[in-house]
Ligand binder design. Structure first.
Ligand code: HEM
Length: 523
């Protein structure tokens, strides 16, 4: 070895030893054990980027720890495996904060410095902006007339889309693209009302571009210089939303948007343009999970004949037939009845959420926390409760945790078979950070699926065999995996000369999907 090589090798070895020592020195013995340190501060990054949610499953199975630390450059992440720790963590919602993450998104959607400051003020108090708004909108998103109006608006779009497809006869579509478009139009119409800016395909496309680069923007401090395309897309969507707000579009929007306006503008004094940019942030919550979730439910319903048969049987009982000149049959359905009369569809939906959700459940420590009087979590760190870790836990779900069982949530308790574990069901979050859109999204996605199951046969193009989609390129921030290639399918109307009359009458009771709603329904 020549002296230059010796010097380089010596330098590397010294740096390595120094970094290992730094790791040791800065890790408190009461913190969760730090793992994956073969290349200090960098090796966890390789796993997180390369393996995505599979990384956390591998670490759970290899190390068998209730909670562990991943050390990264300038930060650390505590990753939770143990279901038993979740209630303890949820009690500390002020200091193990989701609001702090939501507040950081203000800058990314281009809100003013004043607005971003308001979002960060009193971050641990229920009177602060970022903690109080999710509570403030709950009445508009809970069972009642506002929620019914939203679901009705979405279902009107689905019924029209189904009519258009039936009129085409056999249609060939990409299932992902078709369901995404139907969900985007239905959901955004339901949320932003008759003046919905996303009705303009150009604005919807700009939003899609911005969404795909959101994580990139959040990671690079000089994003404006390096990613002009993303910034242009954001500004295109922002301009449309600002115009919508200035024209008073929110006045005819859903209760959700009206409540947000009242909270952000009337109570906290945000400027109209900032409120509008806030709606870009809201679009992540509104569309991010529901669109891919709808695809996966359709996939599970149509790719397994048994599931399709069971769900179709259940739904067919809700259809009333009559006759009208020019039609073989007129079929009428009130989709409000799927909430109470379709336990197998509901169970298939819940199982789809359990089996497919990959949300990382991120939180930020805004203060030091001594969990259970023994586990130290340090201020400034991140904490994650990855949904797939909970959803595949054999302890929580039994030996068949790795299998898709469409009856899992519908079956009566049986000796020797574990029932659903509600704490380990993380698709909608839990405790204080529980998705307020869950009632709307559940009805909406099941309604779309119900119409498709009743009206169409769907088969992959050129074969009757469905293939599990590969999702290697799915974006890291996606709440559900996005397939690398679309699933090309043929949609064939089951009874071509049938007229469909679809309505949604509404309901005052929540569907029991998360434990918080099941308890509330029983009270
Ligand atoms: C299948 C569809 C959906 C899923 C799986 C889902 C999932 C989630 C999850 C997991 C969280 C909490 C984040 C966490 O624990 O880390 C959340 C929060 C939220 N979701 Fe959803 N969501 C869905 C649809 C919707 C829809 C349609 C809306 C609005 C119309 C919505 C509005 C929100 C809001 C506003 C929050 C923030 C709550 C807070 O800050 O406390 N979601 N969602």
């Amino acid at each position: 070895m020549d002296s230059a090589a010796t010097l380089a090798f010596g330098g590397l070895a010294a740096t390595y030893l120094f970094l290992r020592f730094l790791l040791y020195l800065t890790q408190d013995a009461r913190e969760p054990p730090s793992i994956v340190n073969w290349l200090p501060f960098l090796s966890p990054l390789f796993g997180m980027i390369g393996e995505k949610s599979q990384f956390y499953l591998r670490l759970r199975d290899s190390y068998n720890l209730p909670i562990y630390t991943l050390r990264l450059p300038f930060t650390r992440i505590y990753v939770v495996n143990s279901t038993d720790l979740i209630p303890l963590l949820q009690k500390q919602w002020r200091t193990i904060s989701f609001a702090a993450i939501a507040a950081d998104a203000g800058g990314l959607v281009g809100m003013s410095k004043e607005a971003v400051k308001v979002m960060h003020d009193d971050i641990t108090s229920e009177h602060g902006f970022s903690v109080s708004w999710p509570r403030f909108i709950i009445p508009a998103m809970s069972p009642g007339k506002d929620l019914d109006a939203m679901n009705r608006a979405a279902i009107t779009v689905f019924a029209t889309e189904a009519d258009k497809l039936r009129a085409q006869g056999v249609a060939t579509v990409g299932l992902g693209e078709w369901s995404r478009q139907a969900m985007v139009i239905a959901t955004t119409n339901a949320v932003w009302g008759p003046q919905n800016p996303y009705q303009d395909a150009d604005v919807a496309e700009a939003w899609k571009t911005f969404e795909s680069g959101f994580l990139t923007l959040s990671m690079f401090p000089f994003a404006k210089l390096f990613f002009p395309k993303l910034i242009r897309a954001r500004e295109r969507a922002a301009a449309a939303m600002i115009e919508y707000m200035r024209r008073g579009g929110y006045k005819t929007a859903s209760g959700l948007v009206r409540k947000r306006f009242e909270h952000h503008h009337d109570q906290f004094g945000l400027a109209i343009d900032d409120v509008a940019r806030g709606e870009l942030g809201n679009t992540f919550a509104v569309l991010g999970n529901s669109t891919p979730c709808a695809l996966w439910l359709l996939f599970h319903l149509f790719s397994d004949n048994k599931v399709l048969r069971d769900v179709r049987h259940e739904l067919s009982a809700l259809v009333q037939e009559s006759h009208e000149e020019g039609w073989d049959t007129v079929c009428s359905i009130d989709l409000a009845s799927i909430r109470t009369s379709c336990p197998i569809l509901l169970s298939t939906f819940q199982e789809t959420l359990r089996y497919r959700a990959v949300n990382p459940g991120p939180r930020v420590l805004v203060e030091d926390v001594l969990l259970d009087g023994r586990i130290l979590l340090k201020k400034g760190s991140m904490l994650m409760i990855p949904a797939p870790v909970q959803h595949t836990s054999v302890l929580a779900w039994g030996n068949d945790a790795g299998e898709f069982d469409h009856m899992r949530f519908a079956r009566k308790p049986e000796p020797g078979r574990r029932g659903p574990n509600r704490v380990a069901f993380r698709a909608f979050g839990g405790g204080h950070i529980l998705c307020p859109g869950r009632h709307f999204a559940s009805i909406e996605i099941m309604a779309l699926s119900a119409l498709m199951v009743l009206q169409f046969d769907i088969t992959p193009v050129g074969t009757s065999k469905w293939v599990e989609p590969i999702c290697k390129g799915s974006p890291a921030q996606a709440g559900f995996p996005i397939p690398d290639e679309d699933i090309m399918v043929e949609l064939r109307p089951r009874a071509p000369n049938t007229k469909w009359q679809v309505k949604y009458s509404g309901s005052d009771e929540a569907i029991g999907i998360v434990s918080e709603d099941i308890v509330a329904n029983q009270e």
